[in-house]
Design a protein around this ligand. Sequence first.
Ligand SMILES: [Zn+2]
Ligand SMILES: [Zn+2]
Length: 367
Amino acid sequence: MKDLHSFGWYAARISPHLPKKAFKPVPTRLWGGLAYLLVVVAGFLTIGLFSFNPFLYLGIAFIIGTSFAAMGFLGHEILHGTVVRKAWLRDLLGAIAFWPLTTGPMLWRKWHNLTHHVHTQNDEKDPDAWPTLEKWKRSRFLRWIYKLPHSFRAFSSFALLTLMFTAHSTKCFVMYIKEFNPKNQPKVWMQLILPWVTWIGLLFIMGPLKWLFAFFIPLLIANAIVMGYISTNHRLNPMTEVNDPLANSLTVTVPKWVDVLHFNFSYHTEHHIFPGMSSKYYPLVKEHIKKVWPELYHEMPMSKALVALWKTPRIYYQGSELIDPHQGHLYGSLGNGLDVANIQYRKEQLTENDEILTKALKNGKNV
Ligand SMILES: [Zn+2]
Ligand SMILES: [Zn+2]
């Protein structure tokens, strides 16, 4: 068993090698946000005021959608406090950045900062973690899903990425609203309702056809882009007893210009070590990790990570493997036998009985 360390352990060892400015907020990130906001407003006005061929609308919808996604990446950064430090301004700017994705700043900080970052890949506590075999057994819905052929499941789950951020955000709202102090609950409600009032208001102003291109299609595009990253963040990694970002997170690589457009959101392992640092400095953190812990660090092109996601099931078996329960196929996870260039599984005759799986695991985890 490898030694696992908390994110604080890594942060303490990397920090002395970073410049002091890396620990300061970077308000200039807001210029990027303003540019996206102007693009979105220009897109709304163009669709709202002029009548064009629907194909041209589709092009504008694509630009609005990519801007919605990029605003979400900036919102993530803002709400970690790495852009401005004042709490009220952080929440206001974060709310604006997340307006299109309709996620309020208070909910986001509870779900993401206080839960996902603190309990990453903990099957009970991390709202973003995927289920274990035990959960599969208890859930009729999951059992039904896993009876469907793998290719159909993979296709559907990729198609559903176009809705998944909004759906998961709504689920987190329902999950967490009661945990807020009753005094704060109306605020959390307002942060959900106000964006939707705006978007439904836009529907009445523009009419349904134009609204489809100005908001609904861009929302699907933004969901797909944001979830394209989020789905690669941890889902190929094992669940770990210690919240060790090198073991339980993955950094993907994208062309440099995409990193510029997406505020370096691809550096997820670095982000879990330094969530309070502007992502502007993550390339420096990466350099240091690769120098000191090259064998523990997981990094791959985003396209490869997506292909690996397509080919593997999403049910965890004993934390370090992924299982397709009906087929009895067992796959490794990153650092535990998963080779993304050559994805293999061990075939086991699976019954409802766990003994067979346990026996398989005793024979050696990696194939
Ligand atoms: Zn994460
Ligand atoms: Zn974060």
